[in-house]
Design a protein around this ligand. Structure first.
Ligand code: SAM
Ligand code: SF4
Length: 341
């Protein structure tokens, strides 16, 4: 279905797709570089990163965001690669917090560089931060990330708590046959620090294309394991229907627990997310096979309305769901670190 829009509509009409989903959240990847090599995301060896001049500058990212705010985009998440590998990230945070209409900016990081940057990020106006932590054992950390560094991540978490962020969440990717023993220790760790912990199902976005359903450790299984240990989890109120996580609290109110179950319980019907890759390609889904080239527009004197039209085209083409497990599903060529999780 195509709807004719007036110039006024092009500038301000909400970003609705064919299925009535309204897009208000933008994930900004600021780099494809990373200082570790998680097997579910990157290859072990031979990674060729994008040349620096292909990455959007902070000015270009800011311009893109300013152009899409009138369409209703009001929530940003900085990601990568690891966003803290990008030099001067707090400067970008500062620019973005000043954009009228943006009501929430968050960051997802592996935590390796967080002890150095937590205070500056907080001072720049960042309020929420997600830190990836799949295990509390160094040998398992190395198995997953192919690097040393668990202590560095733990120092990052401590620094974030010290800096006083409003919200700190821990994200743990769950892998059958590997991370079952991590479930209870991670929950204890989060509870001891009064942090929220979210388990994420492994998605077919690994660079090696080795994902298989056998490695899927579902949120329901993890919940059963937690409830056997801690007793029944109490459902938390859901402030935002489009949030991917289903959240719970422990009966004693220490810490929080959530499940992001994109494979076993897809939440595509409520998706409100768009993505901009580090080199300026707009994507309507992690699993999309197509991208829309905003960098070309940003670097060729296009107007903001032209940028908005590109974003509308991208949203209009969004599929109803990711299709994992369906006949004809193809893992996207680009792995997670090149898209931005
Ligand atoms: N480097 C940062 C980090 O790891 O937090 C930000 C980028 S990373 C791609 C964003 C999130 O995606 C992390 O929590 C990571 O664990 C998760 N992730 C990466 N590959 C994944 C996969 N194949 N399935 C599920 N989650 C994945
Ligand atoms: Fe790096 Fe994050 Fe990918 Fe791990 S998940 S390799 S930390 S980008």
């Amino acid at each position: 279905m195509s709807i004719a829009l007036t110039t006024q509509d092009t500038t301000t009409a909400p970003l609705l797709d064919r299925y009535g989903r309204r897009h208000t959240s933008l994930r900004l990847s600021v780099t494809d570089r990373c200082n570790i090599r998680c097997f579910y995301c990157m290859p072990a060896e031979g990674v060729v990163f994008r040349p620096r001049d292909e990455l959007l500058t902070f000015e270009e990212i800011e311009r893109f965001v300013r152009a899409v705010v009138p369409l209703g985009v009001n929530k940003l998440r900085l990601t990568g690669g690891d966003p803290l590998v990008r030099a001067d990230l707090p400067k970008l945070v500062e620019r973005l917090t000043q954009i009228e209409g943006i009501r929430d900016i968050a960051l997802t990081t592996n935590g390796m560089l967080l002890d150095r940057h937590a205070a500056a990020l907080k001072a720049a106006g960042l309020r929420r931060i997600n830190i990836s932590l799949d295990t509390l054992r160094e040998e398992v950390f190395q198995q997953i990330t192919r690097r040393e560094g668990l202590d560095q991540v733990l120092a990052g978490i401590a620094a974030a708590q010290e800096a006083g962020f409003e919200q700190i969440r821990l994200n743990a990717v769950a892998i059958r046959g590997l991370t079952e023993p991590e479930i209870i220790p991670l929950a204890e760790f989060a509870r001891a620090r009064n942090l929220e912990l979210r388990f994420i199902e492994f998605m077919p976005l690994d660079a090696d294309h080795h994902w298989s359903n056998d490695q899927l450790l579902t949120g329901a299984e993890i919940r059963r394991c937690l409830e056997q240990h801690f007793g029944p989890l109490v459902p938390a109120t859901r402030p935002d229907a489009s949030q991917p996580a289903v959240d719970f609290r422990f009966a004693d109110n220490r810490g929080g627990i959530g499940f992001i179950n994109p494979v076993s319980e897809p939440f595509c019907g409520d998706c409100n997310r768009l993505r901009l890759t580090a080199e300026g390609q707009v994507r309507n889904c992690l699993f999309s096979q197509v991208e829309w080239d905003a960098r070309r527009l940003l670097r060729s004197g296009a107007t903001d309305d032209e940028l908005r039209s590109l974003v509308r085209e991208c949203v209009a083409a969004k599929a109803p769901s990711h299709g994992i497990g369906a006949e004809g599903f193809h893992q996207p060529e680009r792995p997670m670190y090149q898209i931005g999780g």
